[in-house]
Design a protein around this ligand. Structure first.
Ligand SMILES: CC(C)(COP(=O)(O)OP(=O)(O)OC[C@H]1O[C@@H](n2cnc3c(N)ncnc32)[C@H](O)[C@@H]1OP(=O)(O)O)[C@@H](O)C(=O)NCCC(=O)NCCSC(=O)CC(=O)O
Length: 504
C-alpha cells in the first residue's frame, strides 16, 4: 500500500513539464457554512496550503497543452462539496471549449459530509460536464490516487477513456472504515486495492506517479494524432506473390504455435502502443488484447484476438467480446479508426459461455460494427473459426494474411456433419471456400498479404508487410468522408454473397 500521499501540486510537478502549470482557479465561494464547518474549512486551508479540495489549470505534457483537475487529500480528504464542484465543472467546460485533452487525478473521501445531499448530487453535475467533454470527441484520462472512494469514484473517477491507478491505492466505493462501522466486520482485505482492480479489468494499469507522464504522453500521441494523415503507397507486386495453395495447407500453417499473432504485429509494425485492460467494468479475458496504437502516422484502437491467451482449457469467452465492445466505444467516442484482428480457433462452448451470453455478445459486436461511425478495418490474421471470429469481421475493409481463413466451424467439424468423420476435413476446407484467396474472389476480403512462404518463418518481415498495408488502408479510409464510407459499408453488407459462386 502507498505510504506517501502526494499533494496535488507535487503530482502535477511530476506529470507536467517543469514550470508549465498555470492555475485556472478563482476564489471559492463557501456555501453557507455553519460555525463548525467554517472552522473546518479554515483549518483545512491552513493545513493544506490550498483553498479547496480541487485544483484546476493547464500545463504542458511533453510540450502538448493539456487541462488538469486534481484532488487535494490534505483538504478535508479531497471531499467534494458545491465549491469544489463549481471549480471542477468550470475547468472541465473550459477544457471542452478550448478543445484540450483533460487529465483528472482524483483522490477523495467522496461527498463532503458537512454539505450533505446537495454535495452528493454534485456528482451528477460533474458527470454531465465530463460527458459533454467526451461527446466533443476530446480525450479524458484518469489517474486514480490513494485513496479514491465514494461518489468521486462513482462519477468522474470511473469515466476515463484510459484509467491508471497508483500502486497500493485504496480505491473503492464505500470506505472500509464506514463499512466496518455499518456492518460490524472489516471489509475483506485487498479487495479495494489498485492491483486487485487491475486483475479484474477495472483499471488499465497500475503506475507509480513518476511513470504516469510517459503513458499519458503515449496515449495522447495516439488520441490527438491527425485524422488526415498522408496515404502511403504500397508495393505493387503484393498480389502476385500470393500462392494458390490448397486450403488445408493454410489451415495447418495457421495453426502453428509459433505463428506471429497480435502481440508480434504490434511489436514489429506499430508504435506508441498503450495496452488497455479489460472491459473497465469488472471483466478481463486474455483471449482479447485491447490497445491504442499507431501504424505509421495513423492512430487507431486495436482489438485483437490473442491466441496466446486462448487455450483448450480457457478458450475465448463472452467477456472478450465485451472487451471488444469497449474498444468499439472508444473508436466511436474518439473518432479513431478501429482495427479488429481475427485469430481464433473458436469461442468457448461451455456452461459459463452460455450463461455469460456468448451468442448475444457476438450479435452485439456485429451490430456495433455495422453501425460504428469510425473507419473500420478487419484483419484475418490466422484461423477465423465460428461466431467468435464472425464477431469481428464486419468492417469497411478486410485484409487477410495469406494463410488466414474463415469458416463457420473447424473443417473437422464440417466433415463430421457431412461425412460423420473428421478425415474429410481437407476436402471440406477446400469446398467451403475458407481460404483468403477464395474470400478475395468472393469479395469478402479486399486484399491478401503474402506470406513468404509462411509468417511463422519470417515473423518480423511479415508483420512489417502487414503493417504497411494497414497504414495504407487506414489512411485511405480516413480520407473518405464519414457518410460516404458508412454508406459503402452498408452496401457491402447488403451485397454479401450476391456475387459468390456456390461453394459446394
Ligand atoms: C477516504 C478514507 C479511506 C481515508 O482514510 P484515512 O484514514 O486515510 O483518513 P481519515 O479518515 O483520517 O480522513 C482524513 C480527514 O478527512 C475527513 N474526511 C474523510 N472523508 C470525508 C468526507 N467524505 N467528507 C468530509 N470529511 C471527510 C476525515 O474525517 C478526516 O478528518 P479529521 O482529520 O478532521 O479527522 C476515509 O476517510 C473514508 O473511508 N472516508 C469515507 C469514504 C466513503 O465511504 N465515502 C462515501 C461518502 S458518500 C458518497 O460519496 C456518495 C456515494 O457513495 O455515492
Amino acid at each position: 500500500m502507498s505510504t506517501t500521499r502526494l499533494g496535488a501540486h507535487d503530482l502535477l510537478a511530476l506529470v507536467l513539464d517543469t514550470g508549465s502549470y498555470s492555475s485556472w482557479d478563482e476564489e471559492p465561494v463557501d456555501v453557507r457554512p455553519g460555525p463548525e464547518y467554517a472552522v473546518a474549512l479554515a483549518s483545512a486551508r491552513e493545513k493544506s496550503g490550498v483553498d479547496e479540495a480541487i485544483i484546476t489549470g493547464e500545463g504542458l505534457l511533453r510540450g502538448r497543452r493539456v487541462a488538469v483537475v486534481a484532488g487535494e487529500f490534505a483538504f478535508l480528504a479531497g471531499s467534494i462539496g458545491v465549491a469544489a464542484s463549481d471549480r471542477l465543472t468550470r475547468a472541465v467546460r473550459r477544457a471542452t471549449a478550448e478543445g484540450l485533452p483533460l487529465l483528472a487525478a482524483p483522490v477523495s473521501g467522496g461527498t463532503r459530509m458537512q454539505e450533505g445531499t446537495v454535495a452528493f448530487l454534485q456528482m451528477v453535475r460533474i458527470t454531465a460536464a465530463v460527458t459533454a467533454h467526451k461527446a466533443a470527441g476530446l480525450p479524458y484520462l484518469v489517474y486514480l490516487r490513494h485513496p479514491t472512494t465514494g461518489g468521486v469514484l462513482a462519477s468522474w473517477g470511473s469515466l476515463g477513456h484510459v484509467t491508471v491507478a497508483e500502486p497500493g491505492a485504496l480505491i473503492g466505493f464505500l470506505g472500509p472504515r464506514v463499512y466496518e462501522a455499518l456492518h460490524g466486520r472489516p471489509f475483506p482485505e485487498g479487495v479495494q486495492r489498485a492491483e486487485n482492480l487491475f486483475a479484474h479489468g477495472i483499471v488499465d494499469a497500475v503506475l507509480e506517479p513518476e511513470r504516469v507522464a510517459d503513458v499519458l504522453d503515449r496515449a495522447l500521441t495516439v488520441l490527438t494524432a491527425s485524422r488526415t494523415p498522408a496515404v502511403p503507397s504500397l508495393p505493387t507486386d503484393l498480389d502476385s506473390l500470393v500462392e494458390n495453395a490448397p486450403a488445408w495447407d493454410s489451415v495447418v500453417t495457421s495453426r502453428r504455435k509459433e505463428r506471429p499473432g497480435i502481440r508480434r504485429l504490434l511489436r514489429y509494425a506499430a508504435r506508441d502502443v498503450v495496452p488497455l485492460n479489460g472491459t473497465g467494468a469488472g471483466e478481463s479475458d486474455p483471449g482479447l488484447l485491447l490497445a491504442l496504437a499507431r501504424f505509421g502516422e495513423v492512430p487507431c484502437v486495436v482489438l485483437g484476438q490473442d491466441r496466446r491467451g486462448q487455450t483448450e482449457t480457457r478458450p475465448m469467452g463472452p467477456a472478450a467480446l465485451r472487451e471488444a465492445q469497449r474498444g468499439m466505444r472508444l473508436a466511436r467516442e474518439l473518432h479513431l479508426p478501429l482495427v479488429a484482428v481475427i485469430d481464433t480457433p473458436g469461442a468457448a462452448l461451455s456452461q459459463e459461455a452460455e450463461e455469460g451470453g456468448m451468442a448475444g455478445e457476438i450479435a452485439r459486436c456485429l451490430a456495433e460494427l455495422v453501425e460504428l461511425r469510425a473507419p473500420t478495418l478487419s484483419v484475418l490474421l490466422g484461423p477465423g473459426t465460428g461466431g467468435g471470429a464472425l464477431a469481428l469481421v464486419p468492417a469497411d475493409r478486410t485484409v487477410a494474411a495469406e494463410h488466414g481463413w474463415l469458416s463457420p466451424l473447424p473443417p473437422e467439424g464440417a466433415s463430421a456433419i457431412v461425412h460423420r468423420d473428421v478425415s474429410h476435413a481437407p476436402e471440406m476446407a477446400q469446398a467451403q471456400g475458407v481460404r483468403s484467396t477464395d474470400l478475395l474472389r468472393a469479395g469478402l476480403v479486399d486484399r491478401v498479404v503474402p506470406e513468404l512462404p509462411d509468417a511463422t518463418v519470417e515473423p518480423e518481415a511479415f508483420c512489417r508487410r502487414l503493417g504497411a498495408v494497414l497504414q495504407h488502408e487506414l489512411a485511405t479510409l480516413l480520407a473518405t468522408p464519414d457518410d460516404e464510407r458508412h454508406a459503402a459499408r452498408l452496401e457491402r453488407f447488403a451485397a454479401l454473397g450476391q456475387v459468390a459462386e456456390p461453394a459446394i
